[in-house]
Design a protein around this ligand. Structure first.
Ligand SMILES: [Zn+2]
Ligand SMILES: [Zn+2]
Length: 258
């Protein structure tokens, strides 16, 4: 079952329409047209077993095998039910409800006991196994119970700081950008991630800051930038050019994700 991250974060009840084998009501799941249509199997006399004695140099062996004639049931149907042709079950539609707890992951499965196909002639029903798949999200990447968002900010915003609205799994929230925030910096929004499965608390939203560079400039803007370029403060200092600690942190995060 494919689920978007938002539903994984909130938990959800899903209805599934499926086709499955259901009990045949026409014959009460016996497979016989009427109660008189069942007779004791003449091959095994109703025991459902066939015993064969074989002899060898090692001695005498008794083989017990299921009776082929009645399939081990001990009874045979003279006149099968016209609805199910003797199987005691028919194909039908079913709607099942599944409770998906918050915090599930790709590959988790939820067993629905006794909701699967019924067996032949009144045999118990099997289970349905719902396997969780995670839909790729257009803006978030899941990393354990944290979600990672790549955010584009303008150079003036990064340099002077600001208050930016960012998407979250439940809507939108405001994020404070400190003056002098570097590209690649990871900002942590506490408890905005995915709840821990079967436990308390939840992950965080990690926002990676990326400086957006404009691709078209007016003559006036170009002139202003040229002037700034000459300014001492606009040149990275010795050491500023090397990778910052956040980058290696993110590398580790990515590694644990794959
Ligand atoms: Zn039937
Ligand atoms: Zn038999």
């Amino acid at each position: 079952m494919k689920l978007p991250l938002e539903e994984i974060a909130s938990g959800v009840e899903k209805k599934l329409k499926i086709k499955k084998w259901k009990r045949c009501d026409a014959c009460g799941a016996t497979g016989a047209r009427s109660t008189g249509s069942m007779t004791t199997c003449p091959v095994c006399n109703g025991s459902g077993e066939i015993r064969q004695v074989s002899r060898s140099v090692f001695g005498q062996f008794v083989n017990i095998a299921a009776c082929q004639n009645c399939g081990g049931e001990g009874k045979v149907i003279k006149e099968p039910c016209q609805t199910c042709h003797g199987d005691g079950r028919v194909q039908g539609d079913a709607t099942i409800k599944v409770q998906i707890p918050a915090g599930v992951s790709e590959g988790n499965y939820i067993p629905l006991r006794g909701e699967g196909n019924v067996g032949k002639r009144g045999a118990p029903a099997g289970d349905i196994i719902v396997v969780i798949e995670e839909e790729p999200h257009p803006v978030f990447t899941r990393n354990g119970d944290d979600v990672v968002l790549d955010l584009l900010v303008s150079f003036p915003e990064a340099a002077t700081g600001g208050d930016i609205e960012v998407p979250t799994l439940t809507g939108r929230a405001r994020l404070k950008i400190d003056p002098g925030t570097q590209s690649g910096r990871i900002l942590r929004m506490r408890d905005k991630g995915i709840p821990h499965l079967n436990s308390f608390g939840r992950g965080d939203q990690l926002v990676r800051v990326n400086i957006w560079v404009p691709t078209s400039l007016s003559a006036r803007e170009k002139q202003a930038l040229k002037e700034m370029k000459e300014s001492e403060n606009f040149h990275p200092k010795e050491g500023d050019r090397s990778a910052n600690s956040e980058k290696s942190f993110f590398g580790r995060a990515k590694k644990s994700f794959s």
